[in-house]
Design a protein around this ligand. Sequence first.
Ligand code: HMG
Ligand code: MG
Length: 298
Amino acid sequence: RMPEFVQIKEVGPRDGLQNEQQRISTADKVHWINTLSESGVKEVEYSSFVHPKWVPALSDAHEVGKRIMRIPGVRYSALVPNMKGLELALEAGIDGASVFMSASETHNRKNINKSIEETYPVLQPVVTEAKQAGKHVTGYVSTVFDCPYEGKISPDQVLRVCEQLLEFGVDDISLGDTIGTAVPSQVDQLLVKVLDRFPSDKMIMHFHDTRGMAIANIMRSMEHGITRFDSAVGGLGGCPYASGAAGNVATNDVLYLLNGLGIKTGMNEQKLQEAALYIQNKLGKTLPSKSLAYVASQ
Ligand code: HMG
Ligand code: MG
């Protein structure tokens, strides 16, 4: 029982670039995001309005937001950690705001400098204000399977965080395998519980591909009825506050899988390829996507 249509959110400009040492100029980011926009993807997470000291690679979020073209039908979203980030994001222009926290107490503290309990009162007004401004709001929950500091995270802990964010009014939740360690049996354990509580169209899966398990995990997630995934072109990225974590699953690899399975995405493989080769060239290194490497070698 595979889905007919899958919705992909391109997170390369945010999750991808936030962990790259090589700086990309604002003009190059704008050109690249515009190319990604033309690929038929439904949502592009274009940057992050976090503290520039914490994520220097995205310190030009405001300018990027002002300069990218906006294609009707594409949602342009950004990561926002607090009210200050939301104000800046609204000024720069967003259709969607993504708040974020972790299911793991220690990762939450390392990533956003607060305990889980201290994070809720920071995020609640962000969700409320963003909804009042007419924006789509996604809640990211990180380390839903394994935490680099605490090890296994229980599905019940993940459920508690999801419940709270949904109560605040987020439209949907993206469940993050932040360090890319999960295998399909862990996907089963979590999704059985999650989908018992929440509708599948509210849940997005966000896999990093550290151990090469992301495609298997996506396949398993679709078997549970999940139809929305986050991915980064070429497979770039990682989390700066989860050491050793590799990039997101490559949009190119996901698209190859979905096309092969006959699942519609509305995406154009060639445009995506163009965007992948562009950023690969700017970064001056080969990106991990195997589909990209294969097509580039032809
Ligand atoms: P803090 O230092 O605790 O913040 O950082 P604060 O509220 O105490 O403020 C300290 C100073 O920062 C103040 O300035 C604020 O104005 C300023 P001062 O008065 O000292 O001059 N400030 C800001 N400046 C610009 N933009 C802002 C902002 N907020 C405060 N938004 C904070 C708390 C959350 C801001 C910080 O910890 C932070 O920026 N963390 C971001 C970490 C991050 O970006 N991690 C990566 C993204 S998450 C991820 O990758 C996982 C995901 O992909 C899913 C998955 O894979 O699992 C989403
Ligand atoms: Mg991530």
